[in-house]
Design a protein around this ligand. Structure first.
Ligand SMILES: Nc1ncnc2c1ncn2[C@@H]1O[C@H](COP(=O)(O)OP(=O)(O)O)[C@@H](O)[C@H]1O
Ligand SMILES: O=P(O)(O)OC[C@H]1O[C@](O)(COP(=O)(O)O)[C@@H](O)[C@@H]1O
Ligand SMILES: [Mg+2]
Length: 499
């Protein structure tokens, strides 16, 4: 195997097209670091486990569906405890920060990082940074002990608080140095991981023995490479309550339409999975699938048909869907939040009004539309049971990686295995639904809605339908839930733009 030695793109190659996209390590820039035995070897809970430590060469393939002659392809370092660690427990001063929007499971991840540090490694100094990145230099810290975090997984939100904007790399690294912190755990989405990446670069430039480790958080499931983000299952489950309510309302009245808006700024995963789970939804609109209202094959025509046939219908709408239609019909507002993310106009209100206007003015048809916007309710709940387990594994993995001296990485699930992924793979692209793949076809066949793409446009002119070259690929770059329903694309502003 060969390594090119550059830690931001540390590539190791092997036989038959094997490629390891490795993560940086403290020893890449600090020579002669002492190592210590992993205290887990004396932990009674783990003494029964054969081969508890991960083999130094273990890696996980990014692509699991292969052909007979396929090269072995890209791999990531397998997460887990190592025999040798690069910190003495007494020496560790860890901190945890949560940034960006809320997501179910944040408190569980915080709890489990604290528990893993205390109970697996005997680390007793863990600080919570108050209120996101700016908390490093503008707010107080919160001492975190198993007692303090014991019950927090039962609560939604983050006990540490969060924020957008306020990322000042130099001030943050000064604060890390001043406080003597040597393990930084950063929980956040695409914007946060970009921030973590520049913090890591600055720490490496200063030659500090400080690990920077990310845990991916996104309610929208828009982070590439990983199978799915924690809290996503919970969000889909919680969305069912709003969809059920919309269905009950719509069914109970003549020409009833229940319209539910769900989160999803650039990626419609919540809407797609909530629709597939529900089976009561007649139409799902997502940012990746442009639609139109008027004329043949349009939304109004479909609504009319559904009302005539069934007397009611349910529409699920991701908040980022149809933004181009809104901009065309209203004065375009190019507002951004403190992190540089585009602030969306309320497509739910706009589409409700458009549907009402169309049927009352043009069709002289009475419709009863109920608009439900449960967006914040869905992300403010505590994580469900399966997300709690997922958060626990993520937290344990990230702590094992940090104690083993890996840095500049995000912990993530790839093909059902915990891995360490270099920051650049997490931040370079955004994960989106592929509307030319099977999962979207499954949705279309479940709802029977129009695809809003004519055969000709779909096959010959994908760009006009906002289908990027990569999204048109038969084989998406990153597998997830069966390999076929997702892609990683660079959006107009790369997700969150620089601050
Ligand atoms: N390109 C970037 N470089 C450095 N920091 C960034 C960048 N983009 C976002 N951030 C910081 O990351 C934090 C969270 O970003 P945000 O986009 O709000 O949420 P998320 O991480 O969930 O996508 C904010 O404090 C923001 O300032
Ligand atoms: O009102 P806020 O807090 O800015 O959050 C709204 C946005 O947060 C999101 O949940 C995504 O947030 P993140 O990028 O932080 O994951 C979007 O779906 C939504 O547009
Ligand atoms: Mg984001």
């Amino acid at each position: 195997m060969e390594s090119n030695g550059i830690s931001e793109s540390k590539i190791v190659t092997g036989d038959y097209g094997y490629v390891l996209q490795d993560v940086p390590h403290l020893k890449d820039y600090i020579p002669d670091l002492p190592t210590y035995s992993n205290p887990l070897q004396d932990n009674p809970a783990y003494s029964v486990v054969k081969q508890y430590f991960v083999h130094v060469d273990d890696s996980v393939p990014q692509k699991i569906v292969v052909h007979k002659d396929s090269p072995r392809g890209i791999h990531f370092r397998r997460a887990g405890p190592r025999q040798k660690i690069y910190f003495e427990p007494d020496e560790v001063r860890a901190c945890i920060v949560t940034c960006g929007g809320l997501c179910p499971g944040l408190n569980t991840v915080i709890r489990e990082i604290v528990y893993s540090l205390y109970h697996m490694y005997g680390v007793t100094r863990v600080l919570g940074i108050d209120g996101g990145y700016r908390g490093f230099y503008a707010r107080n810290t919160i001492p975190l002990t198993p007692k303090v975090v014991n019950d927090i997984h039962k609560r939604g939100g983050t006990i540490l608080g969060t924020s957008r904007g306020g990322h000042d790399t130099s001030k943050i690294v000064h604060s890390i140095q001043d406080r003597g912190i040597n393990q930084v755990y950063i929980i956040g989405g695409d914007g946060t991981q970009k921030g973590a990446s520049v913090i890591f670069e600055e720490i490496r430039r200063r030659g500090l023995k400080v690990v920077v480790a990310g845990i991916p958080k996104t309610i929208d499931n828009d982070i590439p490479v990983i199978d799915k983000s924690f809290g996503f299952d919970t969000a889909v489950e919680e969305a069912q309550r709003a969809i059920n309510a919309a269905h009950v309302e719509a069914e109970s009245i003549e020409n009833g339409i229940g319209l539910v808006k769900l989160m999803g700024r650039y990626s419609g995963f919540i809407a797609m999975y909530a629709t597939l789970a529900s089976r009561d939804v007649d139409c799902c609109l997502i940012p990746e699938s442009p639609f139109y209202l008027e004329g043949k094959g349009g939304l109004f025509e479909y609504i009319e048909k559904q009302l005539k046939e069934n007397g009611h219908m349910v529409i699920v709408l991701a908040e980022g869907a149809g933004q181009e239609l809104l901009s065309a019909s209203m004065q375009s507002m190019n507002h951004q939040d403190a992190s540089g993310n585009k602030l969306l106009q309320d497509v739910g209100l706009w589409i409700s009004q458009s549907i009402k206007d169309h049927f009352s003015r043009q069709k002289k048809m009475t419709i009863n539309l109920k608009y439900i916007d449960p967006t914040y309710m869905i992300r403010a709940v505590p994580s469900n049971a399966s997300d709690n387990v997922y958060c626990t594994l993520l937290a344990q993995s990230v702590v094992h990686g940090a104690m083993a001296g890996y840095t500049g990485f995000t912990s993530g699930l790839v093909n059902g295995r915990q891995t360490y992924i270099p920051f650049y793979r997490i931040t370079e692209k955004q994960h989106q639904v592929v509307i030319t793949d099977r999962m979207w076809a499954r949705l279309l066949s479940s709802t029977n809605q129009p695809s809003f793409i004519s055969q000709k446009e779909g096959s010959e002119d994908g760009e006009e339908n906002n289908i990027s070259g990569e999204m048109k690929n038969e084989e998406p770059a990153t597998p997830c839930w069966g390999d076929e329903n997702c892609a990683d694309v660079v959006t107009e502003n790369g997700g969150a733009s620089s601050v």
